[in-house]
Design a protein around this ligand. Structure first.
Ligand code: SAM
Length: 272
């Protein structure tokens, strides 16, 4: 990266933060750079500075920019062995709690949240749970709240559900309507969706379980440290932390504060 390009990226991210409060200054550089250039091309501009000018003067352009910047790829029962391990290793621990608070940080369009609601329902624990699902991006949260997904994905999700230890017929959980699969409203009863930015916001509760999967990979070390601190401080003692497959606690400051519950699946338990 040349110096001018780096300067333009820094100025743009600083401007977006100071003017709108969205802080991308500590996102991993390679991926943010690629996305910024995508936005420059999509806006028919030539330079990053040109994008900065438009962003600062046009909030609608910011909306488009935010969408392009957040990678919202997700799926129901993503990495199904994670859910299998959750059933086997975490559910028995949760059974001992009278009330269970769960936080999905960076929940995207909600597929992960509905997967967890289904799992807990099958384990007879859902009625004791409150699941907080947050993301920085309002528009993905709107989709998450609706609980409506493309019917074309259901075949794939059924396979993942079964690999995740699903106990019933997956189609029991939704009604098909044209191109949509509308998930049962009973699954939504204990879900709370809300905007929360891991780069700037603080803790808002104490949780028994926090899942923050496939989010930290987009952050640089400074921001990863911030988020690990936030997650640690938001977990009760013996609380469970679940990360994505490419993420880990090893070599972070918090490594010693957790024990590994399931190394391969990135499931940890806070011990101090
Ligand atoms: C790749 S998706 C992962 C979704 C889901 N957790 C999963 O594993 O399938 C990453 C999500 O992180 C969200 N995200 C990125 N930066 C964030 C931040 N600073 N605060 C909160 N959410 C953020 C994005 O909006 C996106 O929805």
């Amino acid at each position: 990266m040349n110096n001018l390009e780096e300067l333009e990226i820094q100025l743009l991210l600083e401007g977006v933060f100071r003017h709108y409060g969205f802080d991308f200054r500590n996102y991993a550089l390679a991926s943010i750079k690629r996305r910024i250039w995508n936005a420059v091309r999509a806006e028919n501009l030539r330079t990053i500075s040109g994008l900065q000018e438009r962003l600062l003067h046009d909030p609608v352009c910011l909306e488009r920019f935010l969408l392009g910047l957040s990678v919202n790829v997700t799926s129901m029962f993503r990495d199904p062995t994670f859910y299998l391990a959750f059933r086997q290793k975490v559910v028995p621990l949760l059974r001992t709690y009278p009330f269970i608070r769960i936080w999905h940080a960076g929940c995207s369009t909600g597929e992960e949240v509905y997967s967890m609601a289904i799992l807990l329902h099958e384990e007879g624990l859902y009625h004791r749970c409150r699941i907080y699902a947050t993301d920085m991006n309002e528009s993905v949260l709107r989709q998450a709240k609706a609980g409506i997904f493309s019917i074309h994905l259901m075949q794939e999700y059924t396979q993942l559900y079964l690999k995740a230890g699903g106990k019933y017929s997956f189609s029991e959980y939704y009604t098909a309507a044209y191109d949509n699969a509308i998930f049962r409203s009973t699954l939504k009863e204990n879900l709370i969706f809300s905007q929360h930015n891991l780069a700037t916001d603080s803790s808002f509760n104490e949780f028994n379980v926090i899942l923050c999967r496939n989010v930290l990979i987009y952050f640089n070390n400074t921001l990863q440290d911030r988020v690990h601190k936030l997650l640690y401080e938001s977990l009760g003692t013996f609380g469970i932390l679940g990360l994505g497959q490419q993420e880990t606690l090893s070599l972070t400051k918090y490594e010693d504060r957790y024990e590994e519950l399931e190394r391969r699946e990135k499931l940890y338990r806070r011990i101090q």
